[in-house]
Design a protein around this ligand. Sequence first.
Ligand code: HEC
Length: 109
Amino acid sequence: MRFLLFLTIILSSCTYDEIDLCSTQEPSFSECVKPIIEQNCVTCHRNNSQNGLLQTYEEIKPYMDNGKLLDRIQRDANAVGVMPPSGQKLSNNEIQILKTWYENGTPNN
Ligand code: HEC
C-alpha cells in the first residue's frame, strides 16, 4: 500500500516535470508533442482508422499545417467535433505546447 502511494507520487511528479520541461519557447516533437498525442489521440487515430492517422511526425505534420488539429483541440469542451471527444479536453498547458511547436515551424526534433 505504502509502495503504491510512493509510486503514485513519483509518477505524478514525472508528469509535472515533463510539462515544465515542455513549457518553453522550444518544445521538442519527441519529448513534448508526441507524448501528448500518444496519450490523448492515438487510441482512435491509428492503424487503419478512417478518421485520420496521428502516430508519426509524417502523419501529424499535415494536420498541423492545414489547421485542423489546432482547431479541433481548441473547440469548447462540449462543442461538436472537439478532440478528444466526450469532455476529455486537453489542458491549457498541453494546447499551448502544441501551438508553440506549430509557431516554431513544426520541427522534427
Ligand atoms: C475516442 C476517439 C477519438 C479520440 C481519443 C480522438 N479523436 Fe480525433 N476524431 C475521432 C473521430 C471519430 C473523428 C471523425 C469525426 C469528426 O471529424 O469529428 C475524428 C476526427 C479528427 C480530426 C479531423 C480529421 C480530418 O481528416 O478532418 C482531427 C484533426 C482530429 N480528430 C484530431 C484529434 C486529436 C489531435 C486528438 C487528441 C488530442 C484526437 N483527435 C482524439 C475520434 C477521436
